[in-house]
Design a protein around this ligand. Structure first.
Ligand code: S3P
Length: 172
């Protein structure tokens, strides 16, 4: 399927849900560009997200994240993977809801915890039990993620099935 996108598709949802790998596959299927907002932030700041959190704190990171997401949405329609907290930030969420099509990717906590444990470089999980943190975050974040245009479960592995479900939902 190669339908030209009318506006950018922004993937939102918790850490470990697969926003980046699903986003890359989705972009390949749609023949459009894929951008990972976290990577853009790291390039713009010249340091890792962990370093930004450590040196400047979370509020500073969120502000940079909002600016990067705004810039990415302004350009040609593309697939954008955001960090797990982007859509939780009121200003960033308002921006995404106004100018893009948002998709909440969602999976069971245990699946998220297994996935993040494989490569745990997330400052919010540092030294803590991922199930505990993800459960706490989910309580606050899920009602906000629910404001996305489309809700898709991504428990399925491989991600190929999730991509098919997204394609169906966006062409419906
Ligand atoms: C965060 C998720 C991370 C990254 C940062 C904060 C969050 O991105 O933006 O560590 O608040 O959930 P991923 O969702 O890609 O892991």
């Amino acid at each position: 399927m190669k339908t030209p996108l009318e506006r950018s598709v922004v993937l939102v949802g918790m850490m470990g849900v697969g926003k980046t790998s699903i986003g890359k596959r989705l972009a390949a299927r749609l023949g459009c560009e894929f951008v990972d907002a976290d990577e853009e932030i790291e390039t713009a700041a010249g340091m890792s997200i962990a370093e930004i959190f450590e040196k400047f704190g979370e509020a500073y990171f969120r502000d940079g994240e909002r600016r990067v997401v705004a810039r990415l949405i302004e350009g040609k329609p593309k697939i954008i993977a955001t960090g797990g907290g982007a859509f939780v930030n009121d200003a960033t969420r308002a921006l995404i809801r106004e100018r893009a099509l948002s998709i909440w990717l969602d999976a069971d906590i245990q699946i998220l915890a297994d996935r993040v444990s494989r490569r745990n470089n997330r400052p919010l999980l540092k030294g803590r039990d991922p199930v505990e943190v993800l459960t706490e975050l989910g309580r606050v974040r899920n009602p906000l993620y629910a404001e996305a245009n489309i809700h898709i479960r991504s428990d399925a592995s491989p991600h190929a099935r999730t991509v098919e479900n997204i394609l169906k939902a966006i062409s419906a």
